[in-house]
Design a protein around this ligand. Structure first.
Ligand code: FES
Ligand code: FES
Length: 170
């Protein structure tokens, strides 16, 4: 067992826990933060995505002993922040969600990409988000949302902001 202290969504968390306990289980079982979803359990689907020190990470692959002094953010906090508003709006307007199981993880990944200065272009963003698997939308809506969020290669960000918001209005 280890004494573990880290922060979750800005609040300090102290636990006496097994060193190989998964962050995903700590969040869901100890902290009642169920926005990170259990999926594949092996880092392949992104349903459990959080930010670790501001970088997207699969919480099913993070063990308690790796968390000492680190800073975790979950979809519960990020979904209330202005930084995720463009992503949430694009996903809603473009039909980028159905059952919602993958949506939290996708919002965590896309928000991280969208807040970069400059953000990646569409092709880069699609490659970087490839680890987020959706089991039910067929990806059409998610792809439209990403077209709204990220400029195609060679397109200026300013032009994209002017035209991109016109792409999905359901
Ligand atoms: S449950 Fe963590 S990546 Fe799939
Ligand atoms: S919306 Fe159902 S898994 Fe993606």
């Amino acid at each position: 067992m280890i004494d573990l202290t880290f922060t979750v969504n800005g609040s300090t968390v102290s636990l006496w826990t097994e060193p190989q306990r998964r962050l995903l289980d700590i969040l869901r079982e100890d902290l009642q933060l169920t926005g990170a979803k259990p999926g594949c359990g092996i880092g392949r689907c992104g349903a459990c995505m959080v930010w670790l020190d501001e970088v997207p990470a699969n919480s099913c692959l993070l063990m308690a002993f790796q968390l000492q002094g680190r800073h975790v953010h979950t979809i519960e906090a990020v979904a209330t922040q202005a930084v995720s508003a463009p992503v949430r709006t694009a996903m809603a307007q473009c039909g980028g969600l159905q059952c919602g199981y993958c949506t939290g993880g996708l919002v965590m990944t896309l928000t991280h990409l969208h807040r970069q200065q400059p953000p990646p272009d569409l092709e880069q963003a699609q490659a970087l988000a490839a680890g987020n698997i959706c089991r039910c939308t067929g990806y059409g809506g998610i792809k439209r949302a990403m077209q709204q969020l990220f400029p195609a290669a060679g397109t200026s960000l300013e032009n994209h902001i002017e035209t991109g918001t016109e792409q999905c209005h359901l």
